[in-house]
Write a new protein. Structure first.
Length: 726
């Protein structure tokens, strides 16, 4: 939401709600509930005050009443207050529950309990991972008949979420409102969630490529060496990441004289080799006179304050730090402006980390962090000044949106610096709705089998909470991956929406070639599969940005009514047409029907130690491109269609293309190609229909029809109807 949209939201809020309800806390209101859209209801508790909760940071528009709640409305919210906590309870019967954002544990969230309090939780040790870096006060429910609902607590304050005997939110806030969506299936609920909380913007194509990170690649010559090795070894890669060692003593918006004396040159080198670069920026600013960010921030009074009206000082990587107060528009402007000279060095994307915000306590930071012993943030009674849009309030209110507000400001700054380019921001902390501003990764996991397996339900549940662009550190962050673990992790990590390997300071090398020839070969195959599937991924991301459907999905979305799929958390879906079955998954529950195992890049997963099986849905056509070493050489000139006919002998699919960068696609500069296959006697005809204005050549189509144990091939021009003889 930009500033003017937020202002509109406040104005709309004022039209819909009585002024007293918006801006006084003493006003007691009676319970109210009504419809705010097609099968979407809002529930207000007695005592709700806009002063404590508005404007909403989850919703893009303030809800407006459209009708009364009908008699048939299924889910009601019971509000209560106990021991100073505000409670909202919803009886959900025996529905399967999902979502709840970034959590550890099983995909199915029934009988779990989590804490919504963004926490720097190294290897998920603290509270057994029941609170992590992000807050999504959101639950998706799926009933036995496949009908679905979503429950959103519109509340940024600290709260707990219990999913036992229904759904219970218990918050350290005044009474808060709850929104319930009722739809015929999961997809429709997720589309409505995106309608309410916003969609991700179309990402640059390069951000869908494979990415290589570690804490840290330094000096600059090492960065170049890693980049060169990818090209020499023919392992596709699009991005090299710069972690904190590039900075001068961990001071944000500076470069180390010793290790990165010429960032322009480093970026130019990477660009010349067809890489993009992403550089880290944390919120903690070193408290040090003479350092330009500290001096200008202090002059502009941008820092979060203590309860005693002092600049709050806490320790992070650079030592004592102060923290920008992103609840204020002028602070955001100041922050956004810092990106201009930074991006001008040729930086392509930004990594906002430690933005829960993480603050080390007065112990040795490493000991405390490594042992998961500290709460790792600033005091709850710290003060945020607010501004024209958000009211002044405590850190207890704004803690869970600190990262969200930071990435919103970062995104605005990056866009201002490079107005012709699609901004890319990766964030560790966020809040529901934050998909509008940044992609995310699941923080500091470990190089263990448990964490490899856990990454699947974690990423699916994030995807079911409105964040399509997410993934874990491939290989695991903490520790040294064994060759076997690394190869298995890459074999599935290459399919996650966000696909990046990362590893902790001091670990052994974790590049695809660092584990011996066999693992290198396997990683190349895994990443090649990703690159050949890019047309399919890009089309899915377009869909996510247009209608809010997730890229990574649970298998149960293939058949909402098949109860045997509800707990499946090893196999996962990419879009609606592919299921990925990890090699180590022994008896996954898969949907009925003739799903076919397909080869993406000539590999045969049945004979391979690591490669996951990729299953193609009956009735689907999935487009592949030719292999490229980076998206700079991405081309849809020659497309291969994987086709699997359904029982009635039909299949369809689509392919979205645009410039891969910039905003011309918003003015219809894109092409959507629709493919249709129809069997007729012993022939299958495959036809193509184009829509949109983007000039793109597609001169050759290869068809691979998976039919009765065979792969039947045919080729043709892009306007031809291609006939496959059965
Ligand atoms: C945090 C991040 C990690 C990064 C490290 C150093 O632990 O989660 O990804 O490498 O900080 O910046």
């Amino acid at each position: 939401m930009n500033t003017s949209t937020l202002k509109t939201a406040v104005r709309q809020a004022m039209l819909v709600l009585p002024l007293t309800l918006l801006f006084t806390s003493c006003m007691e209101t009676k319970n109210q509930s009504y419809l705010i859209g097609d099968n979407i209801a809002i529930f207000y508790p007695e005592g709700f005050s806009g002063e404590d909760h508005l404007p909403s940071l989850a919703l893009i528009d303030e809800p407006q009443k459209v009708d009364q709640l009908g008699y048939g409305w299924k889910l009601k919210v019971e509000f209560s207050v106990l021991d100073g906590k505000s409670i909202a309870h919803i009886n959900t019967g025996d529905a399967s529950l999902y979502g709840t954002g970034e959590v550890t544990g099983n995909l199915l969230r029934n009988n779990t309990e989590i804490s919504l309090w963004n926490t720097d939780n190294f290897t998920y040790k603290l509270d057994d991972g029941k609170r992590l870096y992000q807050s999504h006060p959101w639950v998706l429910g799926v009933r036995k008949d496949g009908s679905a609902f979503g429950v959103l607590a519109d509340n940024t304050w600290r709260q707990n979420l219990y999913l036992k005997d229904g759904i219970t939110f218990t918050a350290d806030s005044k009474p808060f409102r709850v929104i319930i969506i009722e739809k015929e299936n999961t997809t429709e609920v997720l589309k409505e969630l995106a309608q309410l909380t916003g969609k991700m913007e179309m990402p640059p194509l390069w951000s869908l490529g494979y990415q290589q990170c570690r804490w840290s690649y330094f000096p600059d010559t090492r960065v170049a060496e890693v980049a060169d090795t990818f090209r020499i070894k023919n392992i596709p890669c699009d991005v090299i990441w710069m972690d904190i060692h590039y900075m001068d003593g961990n001071r944000v918006f500076t470069f180390s004289e010793k290790d990165f004396p010429n960032p322009e040159k480093t970026n130019a080198y990477l660009h010349q080799k067809d890489f993009k670069s992403i550089w880290m920026i944390d919120p903690g600013v070193k408290k040090e006179k003479g350092y330009h960010v500290y001096d200008s921030g202090t002059k502009n009074k941008v820092w979060v304050q203590t309860a005693d009206d002092e600049d709050f000082v806490g320790r992070v990587w650079p030592g004592d730090c102060v923290f920008p107060d992103f609840t204020n528009e002028e602070v955001n402007q100041w922050w956004a402006n810092l990106y201009k000279p930074f991006m001008a060095t040729g930086i392509d994307g930004v990594w906002n980390d430690m933005n829960e915000p993480a603050v080390f306590e007065n112990t040795e930071e490493n000991e405390a962090v490594m042992n998961g012993l500290t709460d790792m943030t600033m005091p709850s009674d710290n003060k945020h000044r607010g501004g024209e849009l958000l009211p002044a309030s405590s850190h207890l209110r704004y803690h869970n949106v600190y990262g969200y507000l930071m990435v919103k400001a970062s995104r605005e700054g990056i866009l201002k610096a490079n107005p012709e380019k699609r901004p890319f921001v990766l964030t560790r902390s966020n809040y529901i709705g934050g998909q509008r501003y940044a992609a995310t990764w699941t923080g500091d996991n470990a190089s263990t089998w448990a964490h490899l397996k856990m990454s699947i339900p974690m990423s699916i549940n994030l995807s079911l909470s409105g964040q399509p662009f997410n993934g874990p550190d491939i290989g695991g962050f903490e520790g040294n991956a064994t060759p076997n673990l690394f190869a298995h992790w890459m074999a599935i990590g290459a399919f996650f929406p966000f696909s990046r390997a990362h590893s902790i300071n001091g670990s052994k090398p974790h590049e695809p070639w660092a584990f011996g020839k066999k693992v290198e070969e396997s990683c190349r195959t895994s990443i090649n599969r990703r690159y050949r599937l890019l047309p399919y991924y890009y089309t899915l991301f377009q869909e996510a940005s247009a209608i809010g459907t997730p890229v990574m999905r649970p298998v149960f979305m293939a058949d909402d009514k098949d109860l045997s799929l509800r707990k499946e958390q090893e196999a996962f879906m990419i879009g609606s047409d592919l299921i990925i079955v990890p090699k180590w998954s022994k008896n996954p529950h898969l949907p009925k029907g003739d799903w076919k195992i397909v080869s993406i890049d000539g590999e045969n997963s049945a004979d391979d130690k690591y490669q996951a099986d990729v299953l193609l849905r009956p009735g689907a056509i999935v487009p592949l491109c030719n292999l490229a070493q980076s998206t700079v050489d991405y081309s849809t000139d020659e497309i291969t269609l994987l086709v699997n006919l359904d029982e009635s002998g039909k299949a369809k699919g689509k392919l979205y293309t645009d410039a891969g960068e910039g905003f011309a696609y918003k003015n219809k500069e894109y092409t959507m190609v629709h493919y249709k296959a129809i069997a007729n006697g012993n022939k299958v005809n495959i036809s193509t229909k184009f829509e949109g204005n983007y000039f793109n050549t597609q001169s050759k189509i290869n068809v691979k029809l998976y039919y009765k144990g065979e792969v039947i091939e045919a080729t043709g021009g892009y306007t031809d109807t291609i006939t496959v003889n059965l």
